[in-house]
Design a protein around this ligand. Structure first.
Ligand SMILES: *[C@@H]1O[C@H](CO)[C@@H](O)[C@H](O)[C@H]1NC(C)=O
Ligand SMILES: *[C@@H]1O[C@H](CO)[C@@H](O)[C@H](O)[C@H]1NC(C)=O
Length: 350
């Protein structure tokens, strides 16, 4: 489909379990918001959905004007909203919704989420709010598991007041800064895209965070930057790091940038109890890092170090390399880590 195409092309993809029960597993429609076509789509999908003929229903929606002017995008946003009000059954059955280049009023996104009871995945690509404002999502009954904001503009802040099933949140932007996100009741959340920022800016977001995992930090890179999370999340109790450079991965795509970030001077991490590092090695930069955490985390109880890592791509290659098993090495590492420190921490190596 081309942006300048004005014909109401719509693509349907079906995965069908025809032999057994004649139910469509996934009905996926990709369409432009073109008025005469919307009612045909609405009526057809209402029929299919209300007769229980599809298990999953997905829409990928584009504005009729391509990447139009602000008023055009706002108009397209309103067309989507009125489409959702005209065909409530269809929207009630939606499991996945991808919106491209639409602009929404303040209450539109919350109403859309409330209209889509079964929605699990909601994605905004190059969408915006009509007026610069805060986007609040308070959806205690929703089943939303994934929220994506890619290039979301005109937004002062995203507030996730209550999204109980949300597991994954992705915010990124090609040109401008991401809107900051405030986390309310999101107990299932475990994937967030972050980058180290000044702790003062992050603390309001991470103030209740108890448990953090950082995966696949390139072994070539420095580790100091990871301390930003310990500074930004004062309630943090468990901190898990996994160092790994995949030997069978996207070597040419991932740039091994060494993030430069200086930890604040003399700051103590008051609540940290546990540090776990997979992909540990006896290099100076790693040993210094662990000692730095031990010095600063005054309540640290336990450190677990192992050279294992979690990578499905090259598990078979790296897993057997157990260099820390012998007692002499364990003893040496423990001695070096605790040397000169009055820490009562228990160090587990293996
Ligand atoms: C990490 O930070 C500590 C404390 O500021 C500093 O002493 C150390 O040199 C830093 N490490 C690296 C590799 O920059
Ligand atoms: C490397 O990745 C490719 C593609 O994912 C896979 O087919 C291959 O078995 C992997 N090789 C190793 C040694 O893990």
């Amino acid at each position: 489909m081309h942006n300048n195409s004005r014909v109401g092309v719509w693509l349907i993809s079906l995965t069908c379990n025809c032999k057994r029960d004649r139910v469509i597993n996934t009905l996926r429609l990709v369409f432009y918001l073109l008025l005469p076509w919307l009612s045909s789509i609405g009526r057809a999908v209402d029929d299919i959905a209300s007769s229980g003929k599809t298990k999953r229903l997905e829409f990928v929606v584009f504005p009729s004007c391509g990447r139009g002017s602000k008023p055009q995008l706002a108009e397209s946003g309103q067309q989507l909203m009125s489409f959702s009000r005209s065909y409530p059954i269809t929207f009630e059955w939606l499991t996945r919704l991808k919106l491209n280049s639409l602009a929404f009023g303040d209450s539109d996104v919350p109403s859309l989420i409330n209209a889509c009871h079964r929605l699990e995945h909601l994605s905004f690509r190059f969408c915006s709010l009509v007026k610069y404002s805060v986007l609040k999502i308070d959806a205690p009954c929703s089943r939303l598991q994934t929220l994506e904001f890619i290039g979301f503009r005109q937004c002062a802040r995203i507030e996730l007041i209550s999204v109980p099933d949300l597991r994954r949140l992705e915010c990124h932007s090609c040109l401008k800064e991401n809107p900051p996100v405030r986390f309310g009741y999101v107990p299932q959340l475990h994937d967030i895209w972050v980058r180290p920022e000044h702790p003062g800016q992050c603390t309001p977001i991470f103030s209740n965070l108890r448990d953090v995992y950082f995966y696949n930090i390139f072994v070539e890179c420095d580790l100091n930057w990871t301390l930003f999370i310990l500074e930004a999340a004062p309630s943090l109790q468990k901190f898990h790091l996994s160092r790994h450079s995949c030997v069978n991965g996207s070597e040419d795509i991932d740039e091994k940038t060494n993030v430069v970030w200086e930890p604040s001077e003399n700051l103590k991490y008051l609540n940290l109890k546990l540090l776990v590092m997979n992909g540990f090695s006896e290099e100076d930069k790693v040993m210094d890092y662990v000692r730095l955490v031990m010095e600063r985390a005054v309540g640290l109880k336990r450190i677990e170090l192992s050279n294992k890592h979690m990578c499905v791509k090259c598990n078979s290659l790296e897993y057997p390399r157990k260099f820390l098993v012998d007692e002499a090495t364990k003893h040496r590492v423990s001695e070096q880590l605790t040397h000169g420190l009055s820490s009562a921490v228990k160090i587990i190596i293996g």
